[in-house]
Design a protein around this ligand. Structure first.
Ligand SMILES: Nc1ncnc2c1ncn2[C@@H]1O[C@H](COP(=O)(O)OP(=O)(O)OP(=O)(O)O)[C@@H](O)[C@H]1O
Length: 329
């Protein structure tokens, strides 16, 4: 188990993280999410032992993870950290970068493992290319293979797919997270992309204002967001008063409604004056104002002209679920 106990940290005088307590089980995959600048990368660096803590301790099983004041070479051998700058050797080949830490005393194994990882990142054809001649996304894939080659017990990933196009991203994500599970590697991934979170992680930790705002099963957090901040990390969302949703409801209590949970109707529901709609491929993301002046974001199956009057509906099932499982906003 990884134990993060009462950790506080700041750069200079500014506290970035305060009294953070986390337990992460061996083999667990955890996503760290939160707005830009909330401290996700800092927390990963702390866990890896790159920072000296003002307060608190980190343990992997019973072994303390100590900062640079205690370690000549920062970092600990059983963990690997893939930062946003990839830390590659630019003047050597893709294969050499991947196999750098593999034992040359087992050449057959070295070759097989390098080949397996090249296939996983779909760069077999680039095995002998120098890394400096690769694109940003290709370099990120090499960096991923390089940390995996070292078979860490814990892997810390900071935005690991940020430079990779959608064409490759989905397959790569499936390959990597499957590999991590099969090899029993504990993983903490800091990400802005909820598609890294929902299909692949066992637990999500939401950071805000120096603290852990929420933690739990990703789909439960998604289905029952405790605030607009949390919902917005998963997509376009609205905080809306129930008496606007259902005119017979005698309550000003607000609930979260994701944009995709609205149904557009031509004749009944909440009247909305369309302001704009953006093509998103399978749907249009539209925004419009209610008679009360609230701006709502919603999905529409077709383009809606600005100024058009439409009506929005939310199922009773969604309303009841939010009423039961989320706090009054
Ligand atoms: N080396 C540094 N020196 C001073 N302040 C820093 C340093 N690195 C980060 N910070 C500050 O610490 C805060 C947290 O930064 P961090 O990079 O951990 O956030 P993040 O959640 O990973 O952001 P993003 O999602 O944009 O990558 C930010 O306010 C940032 O400006």
């Amino acid at each position: 188990m990884l134990r993060i106990e009462n950790v506080s940290f700041g750069y200079n005088a500014d506290t970035v993280l305060e009294n953070i307590d986390l337990r992460i089980q061996r083999r667990e995959h955890v996503a760290l999410i939160g707005e830009s600048g909330c401290g996700k990368s800092t927390l990963l660096k702390i866990i890896y032992g790159l920072m000296d803590l003002e307060q608190g301790q980190i343990f992997w099983e019973d072994e303390p993870v100590l900062g640079p004041a205690y370690n000549l070479v920062p970092g600990v051998p059983f963990m690997k950290y893939l930062s946003q700058d990839f830390d590659l050797m630019p003047f050597t080949t893709v294969s050499e970068n991947i196999s750098q830490y593999l034992s040359v005393f087992y050449p057959k194994e070295l070759k097989e493992r390098t080949q397996e990882l090249l296939e996983m990142i779909e760069l077999t054809d680039f095995a002998d290319t120098k890394v400096k001649n690769l694109s940003g996304g290709q370099q990120q894939r090499v960096a991923l293979a390089r940390v995996l080659a070292q078979k860490p017990e814990i892997l810390l990933l900071d935005e690991p797919f940020s430079h990779i196009d959608n064409f490759l991203k989905n397959g790569l994500r499936r390959n990597i997270f499957k590999y991590l599970k099969e090899n029993g590697i504990t993983c903490i991934v800091a990400t802005h992309d909820y598609q890294d979170v929902l299909p692949f992680t066992d637990r999500v930790i939401v950071l805000k204002d120096k603290n852990v705002l929420a933690r739990g099963n990703p789909m439960e957090i998604y289905n029952n967001p405790q605030s607009l901040y949390i919902a917005s990390l998963f997509g376009e969302a609205n905080s809306i008063s129930i008496d606007i949703l259902k005119s017979y409801a005698n309550t000003k209590r607000k609930i979260i409604v994701y944009a995709h949970e609205f149904r557009v109707s031509e004749n009944s529901g909440i009247p909305v004056n369309v302001k704009k709609s953006y093509p998103m491929g399978a749907y249009y993301l539209a925004m419009g104002d209610t008679d009360e002046g609230e701006t709502l974001f919603f999905h529409a199956p077709k383009e809606l002209q600005s100024g058009k009057k439409i009506f929005l509906n939310v199922s009773l099932e969604t309303i009841n679920q939010r009423l039961q499982h989320t706090p009054s906003l």
